[in-house]
Design a protein around this ligand. Sequence first.
Ligand code: AMP
Length: 212
Amino acid sequence: MSDEITIAVAKGRIYKEAIPLLARIGIVLKDDPEASRKLMLDTSWANVKILVIRTTDVPTYVARGAAELGIAGKDVLLEYADDNLYEPIDLGIAQCRMMLAGLKVAAPVVDRPRVVTKYTNITKNYFAGRGQQVEIIKLYGSMELGPVLGLSDWLVDLVDTGNTLAANGLVTLDHIADISSRLIVNKAAMKMKNALIKPIIGQLADIVGDGS
Ligand code: AMP
């Protein structure tokens, strides 16, 4: 068994908040991802490497054991649920809300409203819970344009300040879920590398105050 630990961290907003959190438990980046072309970054812990990858790829790397640990948004974890993952800590970073939104001045709701989203599973489950039939249209970005251009009646997306919605004449209609980033762990690695992984989980839980 190797004593290497790889932590897959989602790019962007999550990365910016996760790196200082890891630094607080002593895992400090030695490589500068901006300056380096390396995809596996060295840290001050000789056996710990950090991968910075697309947020939707983080659960795949960890579930399949290519990385032992990961830091990903709850949005992605809800969308791509996987039995091979533990989710021991809510890190409380990159907080936002998954919301249903629509035009401020909207036409009457039709029988089977159309909803644009990148989160088709979350949206399907949400409307199933409401007992409402909808047509879900998958988009990969700029969901706000759906209702504005008449592609859809509603959208489901992450909302932080609400500025993007407001700037496009949209309002929130319902709160679907509170979102923040979670530490995820490969289930097999949790057993095989427990002596290495447990202290990392323990120290992160201590600094974010979540030991659940
Ligand atoms: P805001 O205008 O602050 O409400 O931000 C909304 C935009 O930022 C939308 O395009 C969202 O998809 C994106 N967004 C908001 N929060 C997050 C987050 N925690 N992670 C990734 N994207 C986010």
